[in-house]
Write a protein that binds this ligand. Structure first.
Ligand code: KG4
Ligand code: ZN
Length: 375
């Protein structure tokens, strides 16, 4: 069995999977309410909360399960430095006490391979990673397209130049007074509009721009779309949209967001010979996206791999599964220095957005110098 610890941002998680990668134990403790009085995540508070939450979660692991463990994994980045440090030190202590190897894991790789977790087996969905494949990561902090040649060879093909898709949805939701996080609330709102089909195709007369349609590269951008929606909601050009019109606006928004994502996938498929696309991250929960991409992949003759909805948002289960894949592949445990800690898996691109290293000195320096990359 394989145990992984996640503490990169505002959720502490511990999960164990069995030799087949099936999740057999999972706890996730969210800090969202504890940060709410401050209007957002406070990094120092988050790190301290991990320090108190992780031991509480650990105590709930059945003793007989601990005896079966082969390795421990921990998110080594990207994330808030203090939070990563709390998790890494906890994992190291646990590994030492149990005499187990400890692997530093990349949170983004965790998302990418979550699409292949056994629970993901939905009708028509793939369960085995095939290589090379395309991977679209869509979350609150990331909108990226990768070429995955192997577990450890992952190339960044394109990424958002500004807002991530989840960030766009969260901002629009806040602006419409629906609150945070916004993706699921906006999806419910869009479903109230009768002119949107199950694949998120909007047939009405509202016109929103499809971002980066003709950019000629594989990058994304959502700040222009956000501005277009803001203008309509606030009435900066013409009359302000009435709240009764919000469902239609949300429907039109999902429609163009999905158009924009698929345009880049299609272009990447022309440039790279891939028989499978994975879509992961919190936005991959979206029902319109799942339906739209299932149809498009079918028509394009490629397979689609999606994580089960419960594995789309941040969780430790996806990291336990990644750890199992690493051990199965015979990869050695990564040391926690500035080089190897971004190994194994370690495509330049995946690591580009995170802190450069995870030795304690560099983490402290990072903590002092920048807020860190949230995944
Ligand atoms: O993977 P995740 O936890 O990412 C980050 O930690 O950044 O994803 C969170 C994002 C949020 O922006 C949230 O609005 C979005 O996932 N999300 C959704 C849905 N549920 C959550 N977006 C679209 N449709 C949903 N149903
Ligand atoms: Zn994440």
């Amino acid at each position: 069995m394989y145990l992984a610890i996640e503490s990169s941002f505002d959720e502490s998680g511990i999960a164990v999977c069995d030799a087949q990668g099936r999740s057999v134990f999972a706890l996730l403790s969210s800090q969202i309410e504890l940060h709410a009085p401050y209007g957002g995540c406070v990094p120092e508070l988050a790190a301290r909360l991990h320090l108190s939450q992780l031991p509480q979660l650990w105590r709930q692991i059945p003793a007989e399960m601990l005896k079966e463990l082969r390795a421990i994994g921990v998110t080594a980045g990207p994330g808030l430095p203090g939070c990563l440090l709390a998790g890494v030190n906890f994992a190291r202590g646990a590994a030492q006490a149990l005499g187990l190897p400890v692997y530093g894991l990349n949170h983004l790789s965790g998302h990418l391979f979550s699409a292949f977790m056994p629970a993901a087996a939905e009708p028509g969905s793939a369960t085995e990673p095939v290589y090379p494949h395309l991977a679209l990561l869509v979350s609150g902090g990331h909108t990226e397209l990768y070429l995955v040649r192997s577990l450890t060879d992952i190339e960044l093909l394109g990424q958002t130049l500004d807002d991530a898709v989840g960030e766009l949805l969260d901002k629009v939701s806040a602006m419409m007074g629906l609150g945070y996080p916004g993706g699921a609330r906006l999806e419910r709102l869009a479903r109230e509009y009768p002119g949107i089909d199950a694949a998120g195709r909007y047939g009405g007369s509202l016109r929103l721009p499809v971002p980066m349609r003709d950019s000629g590269d594989l990058n994304f951008s959502y700040s222009g779309l956000k501005t277009a929606v803001v203008k309509r909601v606030r009435g900066q050009e013409g009359a302000a949209a009435a709240p009764e019109e919000y469902p239609e606006l949300a429907a039109a928004l999902f429609s163009v967001v999905l158009d924009s994502l698929w345009i880049k996938v299609e272009q990447a498929l022309k440039e790279h010979d891939c028989a499978l696309l994975s879509v992961s991250g919190g936005v991959a929960i979206n029902g319109f996206l799942r339906q739209r991409f299932a149809g498009l992949c079918d028509r394009r003759g490629i397979r689609l791999a999606l994580p089960a909805p419960q594995h789309c948002l941040d969780n430790a289960e996806m990291l336990a599964f990644l750890l199992k894949l690493y051990v199965d592949a015979g990869l050695p445990p990564a040391g926690f220095d500035s080089q190897s800690n971004w190994n194994p898996g370690l495509a330049q691109g995946v690591y580009a957005s995170g802190p450069a290293g995870l030795d304690q000195d560099s983490l402290h320096a990072l903590a002092a110098s920048r807020p860190g990359a949230h995944s």
